[in-house]
Ligand binder design. Structure first.
Ligand SMILES: [Zn+2]
Length: 105
């Protein structure tokens, strides 16, 4: 029934920046890049600006940062402090398989 083939132009599917699978966007966490430079979790998925999507799991969040796909998607570089802040924020939105952020640094 479900077809996970990569498709463009589908309204409901977005690519996770960590595992690069297309998934229903209701399942994904949206990260919004506000015009004032803040990076926030867009719970309502309604904020304007450039957005990035990631699965609500730790491994995808880590992969997204490690592969730098988050930076490419938002078209900006993030300071390490920004990334740490984002990840600790993400923690509240994710099903953490392993909550050890030290794996990153
Ligand atoms: Zn993923």
């Amino acid at each position: 029934m479900l077809n996970w083939k990569k498709r463009k132009g589908n309204n409901y599917e977005r690519m996770c920046l960590g595992c690069r699978q297309f998934r229903n966007k209701n399942y994904l966490v949206r990260i919004a890049n506000l015009k004032d430079g803040r990076i926030i979790i867009d719970d309502a998925k309604k904020l304007g600006g450039r957005g990035a999507y990631v699965c609500p799991i730790f491994d995808c969040a880590i992969a997204m940062v490690k592969k730098r796909s988050l930076f490419h998607s938002l078209k900006r570089n993030l300071k390490l402090s920004d990334i740490k802040e984002l990840l600790s924020e993400l923690k509240n939105h994710m099903l953490w398989i392993s909550g050890d952020l030290k794996r990153l640094w």
